[in-house]
Design a protein around this ligand. Structure first.
Ligand code: SF4
Length: 818
C-alpha cells in the first residue's frame, strides 16, 4: 500500500538488554492517533504499569512526531516527547520545533519508544533504517553544545540532528528538558529527567528519504499562502519572534511580576523582544521548512573588542554583536535566544531588568538542559519564601535568594543543574520543594498539577483559564485543553502559524491523502485529550487537581482574583463539553465508545500491579503529616463531637437523619476493612461541615474496625495545612488511613456536584446583590443551598458517598475491571 505522511514503522529500544525491534501497527493506528499526544497517551496507558516510578525503568520515553511532521510546509517541524512526568506524577508531554522531528521522519520512523534503563550511559544512533546503541560515557557530564559537536565529529556527518539531555537531565532535575538542535527544547514536565534516568544521553538521527506527500501541489499552495501573507498574518513573529507584546501586557496589568504578585513593571521595555532586536540579536532562524523564521539568535561578548571582532569575522559586518557593559558574560549564539516565556520567567517575574544576564541564564538552561519556565517559577517561589522568612540563609547554605539579583540568578541556574547546595531542593520543582519545606510555603506556589504555570496570567487572560485548569500536563499555556490546539500537537503542526481550521484540515489531507471531515479532526484531538485524562485518573488525579493555586484568588491591581466557584464552573462546563462525567471528569462509557478507545481505556483500570498513587507526592505529604496513634486518640469521638456542639447541634443531627446511607452504599462500605482510622478536621460554624460530616460519620460507622476522630481546624493548623485544598483551608477535611497509618486518600469540603450547585446559587444571590443587601443575599444563599440538600433522595449526599467510594475503590485497587 502506498502510504503518505507516515511509514508505519515505530522503533522500540530496550535499554536494559540493548535490544531493538520494529512495530508496524497499521494504517488504522495512525488515522486514530495521528502522532504526538494521541500516540504518547496510547503507549503510556498500555505499556506503563499503574503507579510506576517516573524515574524507574518501568517508565517509557516516547519521541512522537505527527503525521504531518517532515512535510514541506511551514510549521510542520514539530515533534512531541512523552512519559510519565517526574515533576507531576501524571501525563508528561512536551513539544519541540527545530529539525530533529522532521529528520526522524526522513529516516523512515514515525516514533521512537524507549524502554528500560541502560546500565551505563549510551546514545542512540539512527542512520536511516540502521539503528545502533553507542557508548556515551565520554559524553556524560558535558553540556549540550560540546556533546553535539562530539557526536557530529564521531559520526562524520555535519547534517546529523541530535536530541539530548544536559547535566541537569543526568542529575534528575525534575524539570530537565530534552534539547534538540541546541536551541529547541521539549521543555515542560521533566522529560529530560526521564531520559537521564535511562542513562540515554542523546538520540542522533540522519535521514535521507523525504516524507511522501499525497498531494504535493496542494501542499505547495498552502506554503505559498504563508509567504504571500507574511505581512498580514505573521509579520510580528517574523520581525521579533515572541515577546514583542510585553509592554502591552504590562500596560494592561497582566505581566507576571515578582511571583505573579504585580501585573506590571516599568522595566519591561528594557527586556522585551524589541530590546533584544535592537541590542543583542544577530539573526533570526527557523524550524524545518518554515518561512516565518521566528527564532531569535543572540550573541553577546564581554568586551567591545571581542564584540567588534565577532561582528567582523563571524557576521561579516552584517550583524552587530552585543556587549556586556559589565564585562561579565559571553552568550554563545549556538544556543539561540530567549523566547517570551524565558524573558518573563527568568526576567520580569524575578524583578530583573538586566537583559544580558537574562540571556546568559537562558543560554545556560539550553546548555545544561532545563525548562526555563519551571526553573524561573521555582526561583520566584523560592524568592518569595526568602522574602517572607520561610526560607532562611540557614536553609540555603548562606545563598541569598533575592528578587532583582540578576547575577544571583545566573549562579543559581548552575547550582540547580548540578544539584549543589540549595540547588538540590530547587531541582525538585517548586511544589515538591514546598512540601519538603512545609512552613506554609505552599501558599506562594504557582503550580497546577505540580507543573509551574507559564507566564500568562489567567486573571488577565480568560482564554488561559481552561488551559491551565484542564491541560493534562498541568499549568500549560498552549491552550492544551482545546481540541484545536490539541490537534496541532498530535499531527505535528506549529501553533504560531495562522492556518485556520480549514487550512489545517487541508494540510492533513494533502499530506496523508485521507479524506477527513471536520468532525473527524475534532474527534482526533478529543481522543488524545481523553486518553491523557484516563492516564491521569489512573495515576490518582481527579477533579480536585483541576484547580488554580491560591495565588490566583488574590486580585491584581487591574484584574479580579478567580474564585473557586468560577473555576468550578469552567471545569464542569469543560467536562460536559468533552463528554466526561460532569462531577468527576471521568470519561463516560459513551464517549470512550464513540472515540473507539475501549482497549486503551481498559488499561486505565486493569494494570493494577501497584496501587494507584500520585507517586511520591502523596507519599511525601504523608511522611510529614503530624499524626500518630497518640495524637489521634486526643481527637473527639463522633459522640463527643456532637455533644460539644451547643446551639448548632440540631443542624448536624437533622442532616444525620437525612444523609442515611442507601442499602447499596451500606453494602459497599461494610465490605471495606482496610480503613482503620479516619481523621476529620471541622468547625462548628461551617455549613459544609454540618452538611457532610454526618454522612462521613455514617460511612465510618459502617466500615468494620474503623475509628473516626474529629479535630478542630483552627486549633490544629499544622494538621490542616497538610491538606490544603489548592491553598485553601477548606473543611471538612476527611483523611482515611490504614492500620499502619498509611494515608489511603482524602476527601475535602463537599461533593463536586454540590460545588457546581453552590456556584450557581452564589452567582444568583451574593454575586448579584448590591453591597447594602449582602445580609439578605446571604440568608437567601443559605436557604437555597440547604434546599438543594433537601431534594428527595438526597442527590448531593449520594454524590458525596459516590466520591468517597470511588476514592477508596481507586486507592485500594477495587475498581471494577473493564
Ligand atoms: S513559526 Fe516559528 S516556531 Fe513555528 S515553525 Fe515557524 S519558525 Fe518554528
Amino acid at each position: 500500500m502506498d502510504r503518505h505522511g507516515y511509514w508505519n514503522r515505530i522503533l522500540h529500544v530496550g535499554l536494559g538488554d540493548g535490544r531493538t525491534w520494529v512495530e508496524e501497527p497499521g494504517d488504522r493506528f495512525f488515522r486514530r492517533y495521528a502522532g504526538g499526544r494521541g500516540l504518547i497517551a496510547h503507549y503510556l496507558l498500555t505499556q506503563v504499569p499503574r503507579g510506576a516510578d517516573p524515574l524507574g525503568p518501568d517508565n517509557i520515553l516516547i519521541f512522537a512526531p505527527g503525521v504531518v511532521t517532515g512535510a514541506p510546509v511551514p510549521g510542520a517541524g514539530r515533534h512531541s516527547v512523552g512519559a510519565k512526568s517526574p515533576l507531576t506524577g501524571g501525563f508528561g508531554e512536551s513539544e519541540s520545533g527545530g529539525y530533529w522531528g522532521a529528520e526522524l521522519k526522513r529516516a523512515g520512523w514515525d516514533a521512537v519508544v524507549v524502554h528500560g534503563a541502560s546500565p551505563a550511559p549510551v546514545y542512540l544512533w539512527i542512520n536511516d533504517g540502521a539503528v545502533e546503541l553507542r557508548d556515551a560515557r565520554h559524553l556524560w557530564g558535558r553540556v549540550t553544545g560540546d556533546v553535539e559537536e562530539a557526536i557530529v565529529a564521531e559520526l562524520g556527518d555535519a547534517r546529523i540532528r541530535v536530541a539530548q539531555i544536559g547535566p541537569a537531565g543526568e542529575n534528575l532535575v525534575r524539570f530537565a528538558c530534552i534539547a534538540n538542535d541546541l536551541n529547541e527544547v521539549a521543555g515542560r514536565t521533566g522529560m529530560g529527567a526521564v531520559m537521564g534516568s535511562k542513562r540515554l544521553k542523546a538520540i542522533a538521527v540522519r535521514g535521507r528519504t523525504p516524507v511522501k506527500i499525497a498531494d504535493p501541489p496542494g501542499l505547495t499552495a498552502l506554503a505559498k499562502w504563508v509567504s504571500s501573507t507574511m505581512d498580514q498574518k505573521h509579520r510580528a513573529f517574523h520581525e521579533f519572534g515572541t515577546g514583542a507584546a510585553m509592554q502591552g501586557k504590562s500596560l494592561e496589568g497582566g505581566m507576571p511580576v515578582l511571583n505573579y504578585r504585580l501585573g506590571a513593571a516599568d522595566s519591561v521595555a528594557r527586556v522585551d523582544a524589541v530590546a533584544v532586536r535592537d541590542q543583542i540579536r544577530v539573526k533570526m532562524t527557523s524550524c524545518y521548512a518554515c518561512s516565518v523564521r521566528c527564532k531569535k539568535v543572540v550573541h553577546i561578548e564581554p568586551t567591545e573588542e571581542a564584540a567588534r571582532a565577532a561582528s567582523d569575522t563571524v557576521y561579516k559586518g552584517r550583524a552587530k554583536v552585543g556587549v556586556d557593559p559589565g564585562g561579565r558574560y559571553r552568550v554563545d549564539p549556538r544556543y539561540g535566544g530567549p523566547e517570551y516565556e524565558s524573558l518573563a520567567a527568568l526576567g520580569v517575574n524575578l524583578g530583573l531588568d538586566d537583559l544580558i544576564a537574562i540571556c546568559k541564564s537562558n543560554e545556560l538552561c539550553n546548555a545544561l538542559g532545563m525548562d526555563t519556565v519551571s526553573l524561573g517559577a521555582t526561583l520566584a517561589w523560592a524568592m518569595e519564601c526568602f522574602e517572607k522568612g520561610v526560607l532562611t540563609l540557614e536553609d540555603t547554605g548562606g545563598v541569598p535568594l533575592r528578587f532583582h539579583d540578576a547575577d544571583g540568578v545566573v549562579g543559581l541556574v548552575e547550582m540547580i543543574a548540578h544539584r549543589r547546595g540549595v540547588g538540590d531542593l530547587l531541582a525538585e520543582g517548586s511544589e515538591r520543594a514546598a512540601r519538603r519545606l512545609g512552613r506554609g510555603a505552599e501558599a506562594f506556589l504557582t503550580t497546577v498539577k505540580g507543573l509551574e504555570m507559564a507566564m500568562h496570567d489567567p486573571r488577565h487572560m480568560p482564554i488561559m483559564r481552561a488551559s491551565y485548569l484542564l491541560a493534562p500536563t498541568g499549568g500549560d499555556h498552549m491552550r492544551q485543553s482545546g481540541n484545536r490546539n490539541g490537534l496541532r500537537n498530535q499531527v505535528g503542526l506549529c501553533h504560531f502559524l495562522a492556518y485556520d481550521d480549514a487550512q489545517a484540515l487541508q494540510i492533513l489531507e494533502a499530506v496523508t491523502g485521507w479524506e477527513v471531515t471536520p468532525e473527524e479532526l475534532v474527534a482526533t484531538a478529543h481522543r488524545g485529550l481523553t486518553l491523557a485524562r484516563l492516564f491521569n485518573l489512573r495515576e490518582g488525579f481527579g477533579r480536585a487537581d483541576d484547580r488554580l493555586p491560591a495565588r490566583f484568588s488574590d486580585p491584581l491591581p487591574k484584574h479580579a482574583g478567580l474564585t473557586p466557584e468560577q473555576q468550578d464552573t469552567i471545569v464542569t462546563d469543560y467536562y460536559i463539553e468533552q463528554g466526561w462525567d460532569a462531577a468527576t471528569g471521568v470519561p463516560t462509557t459513551e464517549t470512550i465508545r464513540a472515540l473507539e478507545i475501549e482497549d486503551d481505556a481498559a488499561h486505565a483500570v486493569t494494570r493494577d500491579t501497584q496501587p494507584a498513587t500520585r507517586e511520591e507526592r502523596d507519599d511525601m505529604a504523608q511522611l510529614r503529616i503530624p499524626l500518630d496513634a497518640a495524637r489521634f486518640a486526643t481527637g473527639l469521638t463522633w459522640k463527643d463531637y456532637m455533644a460539644q456542639m451547643g446551639d448548632t447541634r440540631a443542624r448536624t443531627e437533622d442532616n444525620y437523619q437525612k444523609a442515611v446511607l442507601t442499602d447499596e452504599e451500606r453494602k459497599f462500605f461494610a465490605g471495606i476493612t482496610q480503613v482503620r482510622h479516619v481523621l476529620m478536621l471541622a468547625e462548628n460554624w461551617c455549613g459544609d461541615v454540618h452538611r457532610n460530616s454526618p454522612l462521613i460519620a455514617s460511612i465510618c460507622e459502617t466500615m468494620p474496625g474503623c475509628e473516626l476522630r474529629v479535630f478542630f481546624r483552627d486549633q490544629n493548623l499544622d494538621l490542616t495545612d497538610c491538606f490544603l485544598n489548592h491553598g485553601f483551608r477548606s473543611i471538612p477535611i476527611v483523611v482515611f488511613f490504614d492500620k499502619d497509618w498509611n494515608e489511603l486518600g482524602r476527601w475535602i469540603e463537599r461533593a463536586h456536584a454540590a460545588t457546581a450547585k453552590v456556584a450557581g446559587i452564589r452567582a444568583r444571590t451574593l454575586d448579584a446583590a448590591p453591597k447594602d443587601q449582602q445580609d439578605a443575599a446571604m440568608a437567601e444563599y443559605r436557604k437555597l443551598v440547604t434546599a438543594e440538600y433537601d431534594v428527595p433522595g438526597g442527590p448531593l449526599w449520594r454524590a458525596a458517598a459516590a466520591e468517597v467510594r470511588l476514592l477508596l475503590e481507586t486507592r485500594l485497587g477495587l475498581a471494577p475491571k473493564a
